[in-house]
Write a protein that binds this ligand. Structure first.
Ligand code: GUN
Length: 278
């Protein structure tokens, strides 16, 4: 039986630590959460983020804007929130409608309030090893491994996926933790052979159950970032869990692995934003 990396328990422990820190130090934090349009999946994520704020004892200010909101209107709201001292963090739920340029939106958020860690300044800080806000999903994966006693130093790490939100910051974080890192993507040749070298394999492919035992080295640690709803209504990841479970040494389940960590790390970033000396 492999070690099952329990993201639910670890994320609850992180939120409980934050709750205690916020109460004991009388930290005043408010997260502004902006959603444009009413994509049902986004509404669920936004709802969960607001619930997490309530759980740890920080405020949330909700901005539910209609689909027709213009880019200028959204930029103006961000400017106002940047100036507002009662707001410590700003999150614009992605994706935004197609008529809005998400890069412009991300770049308008003050780097001091960039709790998603998507601003180029935050990404640059991560790249050169300076303190700053780190994208929540990859930061959560590092924390999962740290709290599960899995060391990264010197390990052969393979990341499948090169998105700005997961793959790229994941590679930078593994590197910062002294892993030897390979990033694979849709144009990679010999994907199976490269994955089979991995001591730590992070799958952020976006294809249900694509990663089976043919991609896995015996004893590897497998981190599954994917989440998909199957025809039978159940959730699965990018990894074929049943197929690989007898050869891996540790694996994150779906659900209950990486997913809950993303929101826990968002809360870490919100508390960090509130504690900054401005
Ligand atoms: N959409 C999917 N994931 C995320 C995330 O981590 N942050 C934001 N703002 N939008 C998302």
């Amino acid at each position: 039986m492999p070690q099952i990396i329990d993201g639910k328990t670890i994320s609850t422990a992180i939120k409980d630590e934050l709750k205690k820190e916020v109460a004991e130090n009388n930290i005043k934090a408010t997260l502004a959460v902006i959603q444009v349009g009413n994509d049902p999946a986004s509404s669920v994520y936004v709802g969960n983020k607001k619930k997490a704020c309530e759980y740890i004892g920080i405020g949330s200010a909700s901005y539910e804007l209609p689909e027709e909101t213009t880019e200028d209107e959204l930029l103006k709201l961000i400017d106002d929130l940047n100036e507002d001292d009662s707001i410590s963090g700003i999150l614009v739920q992605l994706p935004v409608p197609k008529h809005i340029d998400d890069r412009k939106i991300i770049e308008r958020i003050s780097p001091l309030k960039d709790v998603d860690g998507f601003h180029p300044e935050s990404v640059g800080n991560l790249c050169i090893g300076r303190d700053g806000f780190v994208s929540c999903t990859p930061a959560g994966i590092i924390e999962l491994m740290r709290r599960s006693g899995i060391s990264i130093e010197g390990k052969e790490c393979v990341v499948i996926g090169r998105s700005n939100i997961v793959g790229k910051p994941m590679a930078l974080l593994l590197l910062a933790n002294n892993g030897t890192v390979t990033v694979c993507h849709s144009r990679t040749r010999n994907l199976k052979e490269i994955c089979k070298r991995a001591d730590i394999l992070v799958a952020a492919v976006g294809k249900p159950k694509m990663i089976n035992r043919d991609y896995i080295k015996e004893g590897a640690v497998v981190i599954d970032v994917g989440i998909h709803r199957m025809d039978n209504g159940k959730l699965c990841g990018d990894v074929d869990y049943e197929d690989v479970s007898d050869i891996v040494s540790a694996i994150t389940p779906v659900p209950g692995g990486v997913g809950p960590m993303t929101i826990a790390m968002l809360m870490v970033n919100c508390v960090k934003a509130a504690k900054q000396v401005k």
